[in-house]
Ligand binder design. Structure first.
Ligand code: HEC
Ligand code: HEC
Ligand code: HEC
Length: 132
């Protein structure tokens, strides 16, 4: 049997592209995040509506921030974080992040549903009671 070399290469390219399609699809979506609501009672009270670090950083690196917090609390028993802005925060998912972002469904979940990630944190950590 004869192989047509002109077809093998394009065939391989298409195969690789198909196999990695879910990856391209998801990475595209991750950069184009949906609009999320920040109008919670605690954030409404803030004079300057800022997260613990700037918005772009939080958007890209909040998972890393949470990972670092967990490591510091669990391994080093350190619970207070001083950010670049000189402000002090408790390194806690429930007591700090979710105090401001108490609208989990309209905030965390909305983004995560969009990019199809489902953090398992809430198996143990307590979700905020939704305040409508
Ligand atoms: C003191 C209140 C406060 C705390 C604590 C806080 N945030 Fe925020 N967060 C905000 C505000 C306000 C914004 C909107 C910032 C802006 O628009 O510049 C925001 C923005 C964000 C964004 C970006 C949203 C977007 O539209 O792209 C993410 C992600 C985020 N926060 C996650 C977290 C996580 C995770 C924690 C805990 C590690 C946390 N925040 C702690 C108030 C807070
Ligand atoms: C602006 C959109 C956006 C908002 C708002 C947001 N996230 Fe995320 N989050 C993401 C994206 C995108 C990923 C996946 C990143 C990846 O896979 O590289 C992610 C991943 C995570 C992860 C890691 C999950 C895993 O399995 O790897 C955690 C934990 C997390 N987010 C917590 C939160 C919490 C808590 C909030 C609300 C306070 C929040 N996020 C709000 C976009 C968002
Ligand atoms: C199997 C149960 C379990 C799961 C799942 C889990 N955690 Fe935790 N986490 C704990 C326990 C227990 C502690 C220690 C509590 C303490 O000492 O205050 C902790 C502490 C933390 C802390 C520091 C203390 C605090 O109040 O938040 C952070 C931040 C944290 N976890 C983030 C996460 C994130 C993000 C996820 C999901 C990606 C996650 N955890 C999933 C059990 C869990």
């Amino acid at each position: 049997m004869m192989y047509d070399k002109k077809l093998i290469i394009p065939g391989l390219v298409i195969f690789v592209w198909l196999m990695t399609l879910p990856f391209w699809y998801n990475s595209g979506k991750a950069t184009a995040a949906p609009e999320v609501k920040i109008d919670t009672p605690v954030i409404q009270e803030m004079a300057e509506k800022k997260c613990i670090e700037d918005k772009q950083y939080m958007r890209e690196a909040h998972m890393q921030v949470l990972d670092d917090w967990r490591d510091e609390v669990v391994r080093e028993r350190k619970r207070v974080e001083v950010t670049t802005g000189g402000k002090t925060y408790e390194m806690s998912l429930q007591n700090e992040c979710m105090k401001c972002h108490s609208n989990k469904a309209e905030f965390c979940d909305k983004c995560h549903d969009y990019v199809a990630v489902d953090p398992y944190c809430w198996d143990c950590h307590i979700e905020p009671k939704e305040k409508k």
